[in-house]
Design a protein around this ligand. Sequence first.
Ligand code: NAP
Length: 322
Amino acid sequence: MKAVRINEFGDPSVLKIEEIPDISAKKNQVLVKLVSSGVNFADVLRRQGKYPGPDLPCTLGLEGAGTIVSLGEGVNGFDIGQDVLVLGPQCHAEMVSVNKHFVFPYDASKLSSSIAGGMPLTFLTAYHLLRTRGQMQSGNQILIHSGASGVGTIAIQMAKHWGATVISTASTQEKMELCKTVGADHVINYTAEDFEQTINEMTDNEGVDLVLDAVGGPTLEKSIRCVKSYGKLLSYGNASGESANLPASDFTTLNRTIIGFSMGRSPFGSLDHKSAMQDILKEVYAGSFKLIVDRSLDLEEVGTAHAHLSGRKSKGKVILTV
Ligand SMILES: NC(=O)c1ccc[n+]([C@@H]2O[C@H](COP(=O)([O-])OP(=O)(O)OC[C@H]3O[C@@H](n4cnc5c(N)ncnc54)[C@H](OP(=O)(O)O)[C@@H]3O)[C@@H](O)[C@H]2O)c1
């Protein structure tokens, strides 16, 4: 079968389409023939050697959508031919074998399989950030950085739908417009204005209930100072690649909480993906949450997809069609 492989770390030229041996479903696994697979910032970091993963050579991709081909020993409750979303490694390929706990049936008459593969990681990340870890409440004020990113575009929709006032940041006019379109009440172009100052002005120096930050570095340093007393900062990535200097007084003084989040490195069973995905799909079918697709590309165009993401040009998700 065809797969996107890396044999070494480096620029997009290290991404190769290779023929690799067919795989089968091992114990507790479900074998899925993929139709689409989302490209995530984590894939870019992995290709650059800045993200944990298996030894090289390896297949990239962390999420997908397709149909079940076979079931491994110990797997019940799924049918051959069923349409499913999958979360897990090696999804930039024609087939993937995934642990049964990370396989989610969906209705392909209500959600196109050609884009559904860009949903699982992004939607579950936004859901767990806001609900499981952030415990957001209706009426909260929430600052969402990188609002036009894959995760950002979904987090804005969810926070708004669940009753929050949403302030987001973005670096360009086009990205700001997208943040507005998906529901942000206010968007800050952080390249033109100091977001910390703007948040202080907007909240009478009180700050917001929750901040979602995957930029890290100096952004994280300012983000903690945008959190109100007893509010929370959710740190879930470090796109800037920079270190943050966080004086203890910035979080002790106002009883602020800093919460770390990693889907991939959450202990098995600690996140209830099944019920999260049921909640998510209900809202997707009802039209409340919509995947924002920047572009769909063929698997062979994975290098273009990576260049687009690492150049910070993408708005919403880039999807590979298998
Ligand atoms: N913890 C988890 O489990 C988890 C899960 C999924 C994603 N993540 C993290 O969440 C973030 C968003 O992921 P995604 O796949 O949705 O990303 P994406 O669509 O590729 O968007 C990333 C955005 O981050 C912003 N950014 C700020 N500083 C950047 C920098 N130095 N280099 C590149 N981008 C920068 C850019 O928006 P502006 O141009 O508007 O600044 C960029 O468009 C990433 O940091 C990712 O690692 C974490």
